[in-house]
Design a protein around this ligand. Structure first.
Ligand SMILES: C[S@@+](CC[C@H](N)C(=O)[O-])C[C@H]1O[C@@H](n2cnc3c(N)ncnc32)[C@H](O)[C@@H]1O
Length: 260
């Protein structure tokens, strides 16, 4: 199987135990996002579903609660530490698969289902080395009329981060329009749309999340750079509650019937 870059593997390994806490921005965030995923993929209980780069499975767990799939959702992730969190609390509706998106795309890892009806990647496509090739391989795992959804941050974000972090984000973040192109090359009918959610976060909680490097982007900064960045955030955002839009690009591809 593909080995992750050591620093990335280490990043998620260190974050795993606290990951859900970091992402529970507020009680409504996970149900809201999971409902958008279920809706975009038109999920039904008969679908064989995979969440690629599932992390701790916090969205898959909620999708399973909404859809009640007849067969478990496959939670695929190369980080053992992240997958270990799947069982806390125990989730019979989820099956962990230790593999990367590339392993599935190139069939190095066999899945328990012969083909998939619906697949999503939420905030994991930026970790894939060759997204064109990997999305093509994933598209080939779909049944005719199967759906592939990439959920990602847009090319620019309005998070209350320090300036250098926002600039580095823009340098590193893949463009959702490129993902549309990759899906079309893979023979999918693709469309891009955005969903938005207003976040209201206690400033000190957000600063603690930044200090814990809740985004992998932040792991590219040294301790002293993070400290300087936090000082800048405190000066720029004196307000006790930070209010900002969390905007996501949804790229949905549908495999055309009969073209397998
Ligand atoms: C930002 S987290 C997102 C986790 C989850 N989808 C969510 O939205 O909470 C990124 C996840 O991608 C995983 N990842 C890293 N490299 C990957 C790869 N090549 N293929 C699939 N997943 C990968 C990481 O282990 C991590 O769990």
């Amino acid at each position: 199987m593909t080995v992750e870059q050591p620093d990335l593997a280490e990043h998620y390994s260190e974050l795993a135990a606290e990951y859900d806490e970091h992402w529970v921005y507020g009680p409504e965030y996970i149900p809201w996002m999971s409902a958008r995923i279920a809706e975009a993929l038109s999920l039904s209980s008969a679908d064989r579903i995979a969440d690629i780069g599932s992390g701790t499975g916090l969205f898959a767990r909620e999708v399973a609660r909404i859809v009640h799939p007849d067969q478990p959702i496959l939670c695929v992730d190369p980080s053992e530490a992240m997958l270990r969190q799947l069982s806390t609390p125990s989730s019979p509706g989820l099956t962990p698969i230790l593999a990367s998106a590339e392993d599935i795309a190139e069939e190095r890892t066999r899945l328990p289902y012969e083909a998939l009806d619906a697949v999503w990647l939420k905030e994991s496509v930026h970790h894939v080395t060759d997204p064109g090739a990997t999305l093509r391989g994933l598209a080939q795992r779909l049944v005719p009329d199967g759906r592939l959804l990439v959920v990602m941050l847009p090319a620019t974000i309005q998070y209350p981060l320090f300036r250098a972090a926002l600039e580095r984000f823009e340098e590193l973040q893949p463009d959702p329009a490129d993902v549309v192109g990759h899906m079309e090359h893979a023979g999918l009918q693709a469309r891009l749309f955005y969903v938005e959610h207003e976040l209201r976060l206690d400033r000190d909680k957000y600063i603690a999340m930044v200090r814990a490097r809740y985004m992998s982007l932040l792991s590219t900064f040294s301790d002293s750079e993070i400290k300087k960045g936090i000082d800048e955030m405190r000066a720029t955002h004196p307000e006790p509650v930070l209010v900002f839009p969390d905007r996501f690009a949804f790229v949905l591809g549908v495999r055309q019937g009969g073209k397998r």
